[in-house]
Design a protein around this ligand. Structure first.
Ligand code: BES
Ligand code: MN
Ligand code: ZN
Length: 495
């Protein structure tokens, strides 16, 4: 990953291969750069968001190149826009085959240096990501170092250090989710969890097929029954709060490939179902950051991991299962498998008497239809927790938007021959899925449906390339930081 350094000004003395300077819309070029940017015509650069202009051998500057980066209107400039501007600068430097570059740190109104440096580092590290480990002759040109220039080197260095850790959470999530299902098997994810545990002194427990059955995780055992790559139930525990303080439990769906099972999906687009473990990938990414930031909290990650395949031993529509909680479910479609494995994990979570449980899952195509790819669906049984998650998403640049869990949705999934059925039909699909999960919770709980946000076939913004986005890893880290009293809001008060 790119190294992010901090240095002081003045900008004229920065002797980088490239110095990137952000400019707001319709504002004049700062005096110290006046000569250097004199050749830029007004029509060529207006400071519009995302716009860039490159100047070689800028007059009066020690840097080899000056890159102007549009920041948009000053009043509308936020930490999220700063992430994107930093990503734009870093990616341009890499495209120019430079090893190092500098970026003059702009401060959004009301933001301190620490949090701005954090956002810039986060954006640059995320923006430089690409998944090319399977390209045998990929030209791997990396930007080694990005230096943030500001007048508070200490705060910038500290902010950049934590920004890099936040980015690392999302980058691990992206790496895991981008891996094809022949590599990223349930056991592969378990191995990654063990590595994280080893690195940070966490406790890892991995149940294999026999352990899953013995524990009564019937949903997970049943979905994984016909797969040769065996299911795993992955538990990671980070104990850094007082003993006995109720933990926060994170649950991530990890269907490493969702064919739909006997209710098989159409073949077109099926390759994207390797991403159906994005929730689990995000949760493991979060645990990496929890360890790296050494958050003073008790946090438990639960990742039910399995393939969903057809086969002679596969579960079938019409089957009835007794899940971990004791509730029975009638299978309407084997393609509604995520809620079965999540139901088991949510009921397993009860043993912790958790302060809060947040699950994330690529659960329904309906959620993608409802919100597009601009927000994850947010549901739950506790309005305060929902608001907290929504705010964390806003701060992290990973939006989540509340959707209702009216009683009527629960009615829609009452079973004919069992307590519940695993599909409520086409209409309100994201909500009936959420209502299903709710049946297995008896603690403050929120659910993020990330079917629309976890991956994309196109580059979404300067720091979100195509493929896996890592969402909602950074949202969840932000939520946990808030719980540990070290939020961005906290930084703002200090500044
Ligand atoms: N993994 C899918 C949901 C999904 C679909 C994620 C598209 C990302 C993109 C999930 O297991 C599923 O198949 N859901 C069904 C539920 C239905 C059968 C009740 C769906 O959304 O169609
Ligand atoms: Mn499915
Ligand atoms: Zn699925």
């Amino acid at each position: 990953m790119v190294r992010i350094n901090a240095a002081g000004g003045p900008l004229t003395g920065v002797s980088s291969g490239l110095l990137a300077v952000g400019l707001h819309k319709d504002e004049s070029i700062p005096q110290e750069l006046g000569g250097a940017a004199a050749s830029i015509l007004d029509e060529d650069f207006s400071g519009k968001e995302g716009e860039t202009a490159l100047i070689y051998a800028p007059e009066g500057l020690a840097a080899g190149r000056l890159l102007l980066v549009g920041l948009g209107e000053r009043a509308a400039f936020t930490l999220e826009k700063l992430r994107r501007a930093a990503a734009t600068a870093a990616r341009r430097a890499r495209a120019l085959k430079l090893d190092e570059a500098s970026f003059a740190l702009p401060l959004p109104e009301g933001s301190g240096t620490h949090e701005a440096a954090e956002a810039a580092a986060e954006g640059a590290a995320l923006g430089l990501y690409s998944f090319d480990r399977y390209k045998t002759n990929a030209e791997s040109r990396e930007l080694d170092t990005l230096t943030l220039i500001s007048d508070d080197e200490g705060a910038t260095a500290a902010g950049a250090a934590s920004g890099v850790k936040l980015a690392a959470a999302a980058l691990l999530a992206r790496d895991l989710a981008n891996e094809p299902s022949n590599a990223a098997t349930p056991e592969y994810l378990a191995g990654k969890a063990r590595e994280i545990a080893e690195r940070y002194g966490m406790e890892a427990t991995v149940l294999d097929r026999a352990g899953i059955e013995a524990e009564g995780l019937t949903g997970l055992a049943t979905v994984g029954r016909s797969a040769t790559n065996e299911p795993r139930f992955i538990v990671l525990e980070h104990h850094k709060d007082e003993d006995g303080a109720p933990p926060i439990v994170l649950v991530g769906k990890a269907v490493t490939f969702d064919s739909g099972g006997i209710s098989i999906k159409p073949s077109s687009g099926m390759q994207d179902m390797k991403y159906d473990m994005s929730g689990g990938a995000a949760v493991l990414g979060v645990m990496e950051a929890v360890g790296a930031l050494d958050l003073p909290l008790n946090v438990v990650a639960l990742v039910p991991a399995t393939e969903n395949l057809p086969g002679g031993n596969a579960f079938k529509p019409g089957d009835v299962l007794e899940l971990h909680s004791g509730k029975t479910v009638e299978i309407v479609t084997t393609d509604a498998e995520g809620r079965l494995i999540l139901a088991d994990a949510l009921s397993y979570a009860r043993r912790y008497q958790p302060a809060a449980v947040v699950d994330c899952a690529t659960l329904t195509g309906a959620c993608h239809v409802a919100l597009g790819d601009h927000a994850s669906g947010l549901m739950g049984n506790d309005d305060d927790l929902i608001s907290e998650i929504q705010a964390a998403g806003e701060a992290a640049g990973e939006r989540a938007w509340p959707l209702p869990l009216f009683e009527e949705y629960t009615e829609q999934i009452k079973g004919n021959t069992a307590d519940l059925k695993n599909s409520g039909g086409r209409y309100g699909g994201a909500l009936t899925a959420g209502a299903f999960l709710k049946e297995f919770t008896d603690y403050p709980w929120a659910h993020l449906d990330i079917a629309g946000t976890a991956y994309s076939s196109m580059q979404k913004n300067a720091y979100t390339p195509k493929g896996a986005s890592g969402t909602p890893a950074r949202l969840l880290v932000e939520f946990l930081r808030g719980r540990s009293g070290d939020s961005r809001a906290g930084d703002r008060e200090e500044a």
